[in-house]
Design a protein. Structure first.
Length: 75
């Protein structure tokens, strides 16, 4: 499964009507000390993929998508 297919799948499982904008980035995230983060100001997600197994990247995508859903739900 590629990232695009996984994002659609995770969105369906989370019951999202609209998917967040997701950026797969390089070492840019290293300076944040995180594998990914959800940006509240523009509802976008950035996930670092460099030097990581694709399944770990997908786990981070799912984690950040949960933050996105919580925001939509007002939590």
């Amino acid at each position: 499964m590629n990232f695009k297919d996984f994002i659609k799948y995770a969105g369906q499982k989370l019951g999202l009507k609209k998917l967040p904008e997701i950026h797969i980035v390089g070492h840019e995230e290293d300076k944040r000390g995180a594998f990914g983060h959800f940006q509240h100001d523009d509802n976008a997600i950035k996930v670092r993929a460099v030097d990581r197994h694709p399944l770990d990247v997908m786990r981070t995508i799912a984690h950040e998508m949960a933050h996105y859903k919580w925001r939509l739900d007002g939590k």
